[in-house]
Design a protein around this ligand. Structure first.
Ligand code: HEM
Length: 341
């Protein structure tokens, strides 16, 4: 009897020690897991691995198919993801349509030149067929931005963590107040990024997104025709480049013509944007502003190195993609990306 009691108390002690080690192991795992995750917060790699194993492949396949026949799409999706993340975080709010009593983000001027929403809808449709109610629109957009840019390289250019959930609110006014303006100076740009927890380094790196795509004349024609209200040209703009731009944007009020933002290679994702910038060929005042600060222009020079740019861009995209995300039981998984459930 006594022997039995001793054995039991010994076993209990062993059990409690085992429990303690288990707690220790879990604590260590959580601690290191957290460090590994430091750029993505609650987001995870392969979030859909068990609930929808084909999700990322489906997104990539449909995206690549569309980019193959429309080379302008990568610029549209990259900008769409940026505009999503800067307004209420990366919650797919940019994808929602206006309703009878709500003007959505889509209605705001900076979002009026976005396109490609139909591709997002097609991907969502396929995912709802494959695994209904699982994959968020916010994650689809983050993946599509990466996959569309990656098409040129036929491999993934950066890692996208997943697990975002969809927001239920989208307001035109919030898009206007949160998306940085092309007329911003350095201090305003830095502040705009800081408001989202992003650094000066992120600002310079992510501005490299302007290596692809186009801009409408009215976002920079003041630099050509009326910089200080006296019919003058922006002295910080390369005069040869200014003449080329004037040949395309013929009047101050032209708001329909578009020009390539990276004159040498507008369809190619590369570090040429920084080369153009260093030659005073940044299209917007917000591009040129990156040369008006010592620290920032140093970063511009570093990013001339293409491999360095690609690495930095991936890391900054990861940080941008984690801005104010909804995870866990917050938000919802929309059934259709353009309307809330
Ligand atoms: C730093 C502040 C930024 C400002 C002020 C800004 C402003 C603009 C403006 C005015 C346009 C032209 C839109 C049009 O005329 O239709 C544009 C285009 C674009 N932006 Fe930005 N942007 C900024 C940052 C970013 C970031 C962080 C990204 C992505 C990482 C990005 C990606 C793009 C792309 C890809 C386009 C081309 C879109 C197209 O071809 O339709 N921009 N941006």
């Amino acid at each position: 009897m006594h022997e039995q009691a001793c054995l039991t108390s010994f076993e209990r002690e062993r059990e409690s020690m085992e429990n303690m080690s288990l707690v220790l192991v879990i604590t260590i795992a959580l601690f290191f897991g957290h460090i590994g995750d430091s750029e993505g917060g609650d987001l995870r790699k392969d979030f859909y691995k068990s609930a929808c194993p084909l999700a990322e492949e489906i997104v990539k396949d449909i995206t690549w198919k569309h980019v193959a026949s429309n080379s302008a799409l990568p610029s549209k999706f990259l900008r769409m993801h940026f505009h999503d993340c800067f307004v209420r975080g990366c919650d797919g709010s940019v994808l929602l349509d206006s309703t009878a009593n709500n003007k959505a983000e889509k209605a705001a001027v900076p979002n009026q030149s976005l396109s490609g929403f139909d591709v997002i809808d097609k991907i969502k449709e396929k995912l709802e067929e494959t695994c209904p109610g699982i994959v968020s629109c916010a994650d689809i957009l983050a993946l599509v931005a990466r996959d569309s840019v990656s098409f040129q390289f036929k491999k993934s250019m950066w890692e996208v963590l997943t697990g975002r959930r969809d927001g239920r609110i989208s307001r035109q006014s919030e898009a206007l107040s949160n998306i940085p303006s092309p007329f911003f100076n350095f201090a305003s740009l830095k502040q705009s990024f800081a408001n989202k927890g992003l650094s000066l380094h992120d600002l310079v790196v992510l501005s490299g997104g302007h290596t692809i795509g186009v801009g409408h004349c009215n976002f920079f024609s003041n630099r050509l025709y009326n910089f200080s209200g006296k019919g003058d040209q922006d002295p910080s703009l390369n005069p040869t480049y200014a003449s080329q731009l004037k040949a395309q944007c013929k009047t101050l009020s032209d708001n329909t013509t578009t020009v390539a933002m990276d004159p040498g290679s507008p369809l190619s994702f590369d570090s040429h944007y920084y080369m153009a910038l260093n030659q005073n060929q940044g299209l917007f005042q917000s591009d040129a502003a990156l040369l008006t600060n010592k620290e920032s222009s140093k970063i511009v020079s570093k990013l001339l190195d293409q491999d360095g740019f690609f690495t930095e861009f991936g890391q900054s995209m990861k940080r941008m993609g984690a801005v104010q995300v909804l995870t866990g039981s917050n938000g919802e998984i929309r059934k259709k990306c353009n309307v809330i459930n």
